[in-house]
Design a protein around this ligand. Structure first.
Ligand SMILES: [Zn+2]
Length: 113
């Protein structure tokens, strides 16, 4: 926070400037404009596909798609300002789906050996 009158650096809770004595006006609007929230479609799609992969995951297609869409969605979190949780959840579920599929496949192979 800087004094609007003389430009000297002020304490966060200062009510007046110690250098020039000007009364500090606390502006109601923040200096940085808050980005408008947009629907992060990619994050939502990635999360939905990751949920589908829990029930059907032929050739890891759903897990791979979930990871791709979630990764794109995670990239869009900065611009869309939403969907971070969904994107991370979709990414994690997608990766877990692939790991579980490999574990299941190796267990099946051991059984038949
Ligand atoms: Zn001042």
């Amino acid at each position: 926070m800087k004094c609007t009158s003389c430009g000297v650096e002020l304490a966060e809770n200062a009510t007046s400037c110690p250098t020039c004595g000007a009364v500090v006006v606390v502006s109601a609007t923040p200096t940085a404009p808050i980005a408008e929230k947009q629907t992060n479609v990619m994050a939502i799609v990635g999360f939905i596909i990751s949920l589908v992969s829990l029930f059907w995951n032929g050739y890891f297609i759903c897990s791979i798609l979930a990871i791709i869409f979630s990764a794109v969605g995670l990239n869009k979190v900065k611009t869309a300002n939403s969907g971070k949780g969904l994107a991370i959840a979709g990414l994690v579920i997608g990766i877990v789906g692939i790991v579980l599929s490999f574990v299941a496949a190796s267990l099946l192979l051991r059984m038949f050996r």
